[in-house]
Write a protein that binds this ligand. Structure first.
Ligand SMILES: [Zn+2]
Length: 201
């Protein structure tokens, strides 16, 4: 027995002259996938489909909307800049302090002592059980390197009592890019187009 079904709806497009189509494929578990297709030639040029995660009764689900292409491309550029800037800060931080970080952790003579140093006596993730499983004597150096990622970078540098003006400067730059990106995302949400009104053929 199959309960899969397909539904199709037409909605008015942003310029109001034509429509876009939303196709939904439902499966029997209540899950569905959505496909949005723009039929209006004018809106095809001016708009681009984007999606974001939205909280629903069944957990997070993808929600779609049409966004102006120029705003969308600004966002893509900013995202790429952000990614690149974060990558180069981390590369610099590794170049300067990875060895120091590894030595700091290896001052722990036992695995538990290394974990104590890594997590400030368990004040941070991972818990000891997980650490014990993931970090082995043969991959410990790689584990410590992976831990020194962008998210943990501030924490690691604080542990090492490092103040590095170049890293601070680059971190500021990342903050600026982030602000511009958030602003662009807000504009996009405001100008984004989701039309629930059905199009009358
Ligand atoms: Zn249109």
């Amino acid at each position: 027995m199959y309960n899969n079904s397909i539904s199709e709806q037409k909605h008015q497009c942003p310029c109001g002259q034509s429509f876009f189509t939303v196709k939904k494929f439902h499966d029997r578990n209540g899950l569905f996938e959505e496909y949005w297709e723009m039929s209006c030639n004018r809106c095809k040029q001016g708009y681009q489909l984007d999606n974001f995660l939205k909280e629903t009764e069944n957990g997070p689900a993808e929600a779609y909307f049409w966004v102006p292409r120029n705003i969308f491309s600004d966002m893509v550029i900013l995202e790429a800049q952000l990614h690149k800037a974060q990558k180069s800060i981390l590369a610099l931080a590794h170049e300067m302090y990875l060895e120091q970080w590894t030595l700091y952790c290896y001052k722990g003579k036992t695995k538990r002592e290394i974990w104590n140093r890594l997590t400030s006596q368990g004040k941070r993730e991972p818990g000891y059980k997980l650490f014990d499983r993931m970090a082995t004597s043969s991959n410990m150096a790689d584990y410590l390197k992976d831990y020194f990622n962008y998210q943990n970078m501030d924490y690691v540098l604080k542990k090492l009592n490092v103040r590095d003006s170049k890293i601070d400067y680059m971190t500021n730059m990342v903050g600026n890019i982030k602000q511009r990106l958030e602003k662009t995302q807000r504009i996009m949400r405001n100008k984004g187009f989701i039309n629930k009104v059905q199009y009358a053929m």
